[in-house]
Each structure stands twice: as C-alpha cells, then as structure tokens.
Design a protein. Structure first.
Length: 250
C-alpha cells in the first residue's frame, strides 16, 4: 500500500488469474473483497465499486505529522453512502517522528469518521519505511504505542491493524498487539489462499506457513476495479461481512 501508488486487481481478473491455486491448509474460505484508496486514485465512483463486488475499503487519511489526504473525507463519506465498510489509515514515518505527533495528526483528521454507525472498520497503520525508530525501542513498540494512543482518544472499542509485507514483518516481534494486514503477492486464490506462503519465519502472529493468523491480506498491486481510475489495491478479509462488522465495527 505505497503512499505513492495504490493498486489491485478487479474481482474478475482475480478469479481469472488465481483460479483454484493454493487452497488454505484448513480448507476454509474468506469471501470479502476490499480495496485501498488515496488521492492518487482521484474521484472514486463508489456505487460502481460496490457494484463490482467490493464490500470494504481503507482510505488514506494522513501521513507523518503534516500530510492530509485531500480525498479522505469524500472517500469515507461516499464509500459509506454506497454501502461499503470504510476505515481510515495512516502512513507511518517512525524513522522521522515520535509516536504522539503522528497519532495526534491522524486523530485530528480521521477521528470524526470513526463512528458507531455499522459501517466503520477500524484504523490501519501502514508501516513500510524501515530506516530507524524514533523515541521507541523497536518498530513493535512504536506501532503498539500508536495504537494505544489512538485508542485512548475515544470511548469506542477499536481494533487497529498494521499493514506490512510478509517479509518486512520480520521487523516486528511477537509482542505486536495490532492485527495482521499482510501484503503478499504470492498468486494464491483470493478466496481460498493464504498470505503466509513466503517469509513464513516472519509470522510473528504465530503458526508459520499456511497459518490462519491474519486479518487482512493484500493479494495484488496490479489491477482495476470499476469506478476507480487506474490501479487500486485488491484486499481480502479473513471472514464474512457479518464477522467484519462484528470484529472491526465500532
């Protein structure tokens, strides 16, 4: 989920490309298709996105301590109006900043969109830069502190997740408290596959290869969805829509 380019496959392309490759070890399925958007997509026609089978989306809210995505508010509002579950995300720069300025900036922009409305999925911390950690002893501590500080700003119960590639998860340790949003473009089936097919030793959530220890999975970064201009991330949720609303919804 690069802050420079967001990308994915359409549902049609996903089925065509991935076929029945790589059934999960426990032979269960996860049936929800999602995307991730930012200002790089421009105006999104969310009714068309919903019509293409997408049921949830993360929208970029902030980055670092000063950047606010110009399309965030519109994406959240229009996405919910079209019937999607919507959640905000923050692109982290632990190499530059202590936690508090980033958590405060995120909440100032996105806090008002996190509501008890049955359509809000909880915040995602996007961790992609690994050039050092400011003010904390590890990336895990930085991420956990961000989640704790965001959680402390609301009386609602929230379940933040951390977006990270399967291999970069080796930068974390088993003390991580955020749910796993794993980027792994391994050719596995969106509905029956598993992100833990590569860098399995980095699975700090437990279980190694084929483990069911993930919440979201970014399946691909090269595709299209009706209603979105250009590339958009293709994501899977490890469960049903009802489970998403129950677990992630405020």
């Amino acid at each position: 989920m690069k802050h420079t380019i967001q990308s994915a496959l359409s549902l049609f392309v996903a089925v065509a490309l991935f076929g029945a490759v790589g059934a999960r070890a426990n032979n269960t399925t996860h049936s929800l298709l999602g995307i991730g958007v930012s200002n790089h997509q421009g105006f999104v026609t969310w009714s068309s996105v919903y019509g293409d089978g997408v049921r949830f989306s993360f929208a970029k809210a902030t980055e670092g301590t000063g950047f606010t995505d110009a399309d965030f508010a519109g994406n959240m509002s229009r996405g919910k109006s079209a019937g999607l579950q919507m959640g905000p995300y923050h692109f982290a720069h632990p190499e530059l900043n202590c936690v508090s300025p980033e958590a405060n900036h995120f909440w100032a922009v996105a806090g008002g969109t996190i509501k008890h409305d049955g359509q809000t999925i909880m915040p995602m911390l996007d961790l992609e830069v690994f050039n050092g950690v400011s003010c904390q002893s590890s990336y895990t501590d930085w991420a956990n502190t961000w989640a704790n500080q965001v959680d402390a700003k609301t009386a609602l119960t929230i379940n933040p997740v951390i977006y990270i590639s399967a291999c970069n998860a080796c930068h974390l340790n088993a003390n991580i408290t955020l749910g796993a949003f794993i980027a792994a473009y391994n050719g596995e089936n969106l509905y029956t596959g598993n992100p833990w097919q590569t860098c399995c030793n980095c699975n700090v959530w437990g279980g190694g290869c084929n483990a069911n220890s993930w919440t979201y999975w970014q399946v691909s970064s090269t595709g299209s969805i009706t209603g979105v201009n250009g590339d958009v991330d293709l994501n899977a949720y490890n469960g049903t829509l009802a489970e998403l609303i129950s677990w992630q919804g405020v």
